[in-house]
Ligand binder design. Sequence first.
Ligand code: X90
Length: 278
Amino acid sequence: MNYKIVADSSANLTALEGIPFESVPLKIIAGDKYYTDNAALDVRDMAEYMKSYSGRSSTSCPNVAEWMDAYGDADVVFAIAITSNLSGSYAAALQAKKDYEEANPGKRVVLCDSLSTGPEMKVIIEYVISLMKDGADADTIEAKVKEYTKHTHLLFSLESLRNLANNGRVSPAVAKIAGILGIRVVGRASSEGTLEQLHKCPGERKAINAIYSEMKKEGYEGGKVRIDHCFNEDIANAMQDIIKADFPDADIIIGENRGLCCFYAEMGGMLVGYEDNR
Ligand code: X90
């Protein structure tokens, strides 16, 4: 059986070692600038431009043909998209799955609506890789992922919600709070895959503590954590330190947000994906 993993670019992955993988890029548009969220994108350059740009900006999701191309010709494709409640990416991936399975009898696309984004998608993908290494078939992957994702979560700390608000992905009331200097909005991906505000934190230290106590509340006990930040290594390192103080052997990897997540999480933002131990 030959496998492939396909994710939209909100997963912050450009490649996966030793595994056939393709990232399907979202796009970021600001005035006459058009950024494709692929491996060639200079994310810092984009983020810096966004900081100085005050005109309209928006994003667009991949279309059916782009997902279809990425599926390639694998027997079993595992595809995963950003939450269907904030983007059309999943809907396009679903149509592409139908077309793919119709055009290639016997081949399967196991499609997952992450109801999340970024590092939670990484946690799910790593789990799928372990299933593929065990030779699991499509039905097994589908069933196990469904179970596993009950135990994966996403929390975040954001300094600005301007781009989320301007694009209608968060309520204006929530966005206003984040506009106040020094306030971080700590929140999570809700079970419906929307952005849910949990705390308003004055300063980064409080934000990190709030995130960690939410993790504990959700049953975190030393499982896998993936932290992706927007040019804020300090907050990511501090987040890692507080977890390691309790769980020195926890499997934690710090990474960077790529274009889509960086556009919405903005400079200084951090996303934390993890698995609980329930
Ligand atoms: O289709 C499109 O144009 C993409 C729209 C994506 C909108 C939301 C992106 C959120 C990125 C921000 C913080 C985490 C929020 C988690 C909510 C599930 C990251």
